[in-house]
Design a protein around this ligand. Structure first.
Ligand code: SAH
Length: 220
């Protein structure tokens, strides 16, 4: 940006290093995920004071007690979706908009829901300014899904609740894949993959994670 008195370090180089050091060695091999993570400007999705830390190997605060996930977790969940360009994906927990931007960059049509008005407004404006036209934002309790636009080929939930929200299962296409953190206690969840095929559901657990609370009708 012209007139910025303190030029930022080379963000593109930081991004490439993040992909090489945090994602590839830990099993992220989906080329579409690696390419998207290598091009979405993560530093623009965090508060200005934290930009220099944007590509570090941990989550960061985004205000209102919420966080932008660690880069590896964004990549891991994106890979677990096994998505193809042109698919429709529903995200619950817009937050900074970073995960949504990564999914859009992978060629998906993204529907994302956020429950906190301030976050919703800031992020909607940012995504517009960055010209992510494939992303539609909504202010609502995402545990109820987005019924008018269902079914969705893929669903991703980026906040942790006590159960798998029933409306989301209903709004998942057949075949379809949903990835979400589920936990009996707050801040500590299991990453769960739910597959729908021929009217049946299959669940598998993919390890421990720690997300902020999913708050709503089918959340905490
Ligand atoms: N995907 C985000 C992660 C943000 S943290 C990113 O890339 O930055 C999770 C977000 O989920 C928070 O902003 C929180 O307000 C939101 N959230 C929690 N419960 C929700 C619900 N029921 N519906 C929609 N959003 C919810």
């Amino acid at each position: 940006m012209s007139g910025n008195p303190k030029p930022l370090p080379d963000m593109r180089r930081n991004r490439e290093r993040m992909v090489r050091q945090q994602l590839m060695p830990r099993g992220i091999s989906d080329e579409a995920v690696l390419a998207a993570m290598g091009c979405v400007p993560r530093h623009l999705f965090v508060q200005e004071a934290l930009r220099a830390q944007a590509y570090e190997d941990h989550p960061l605060p985004i205000g209102n007690g919420q966080t932008i996930s660690q880069p590896f977790i964004v990549a891991f969940m994106s890979q677990l979706l096994e998505a193809k360009p042109g698919m429709r994906v529903l995200e619950i927990g817009t937050g900074s908009g970073y995960q949504a931007a990564v999914l859009a960059e992978m060629g998906l049509d993204v529907y994302t829901v956020e429950r906190i008005r301030e976050i919703y407004q800031t992020t909607r404006d940012l995504l517009r300014a960055l010209r992510y036209t494939r992303i539609r934002c909504r202010l609502d309790d995402g545990t109820l899904g987005w019924p008018e636009s269902a079914p969705f080929d893929r669903i991703i939930v980026t906040a942790g609740g006590p159960e798998i929200p029933v409306p989301l299962v209903e709004q998942l296409a057949d075949p379809g894949v949903m990835v979400l953190p589920v936990g009996v206690s707050r801040r500590s969840q299991e990453l769960v993959v739910v597959r729908k095929r021929d009217g049946k559901l299959f669940r598998s657990n993919r390890g421990g994670v720690s997300f902020v609370d999913l708050v709503g009708c089918h959340g905490w």
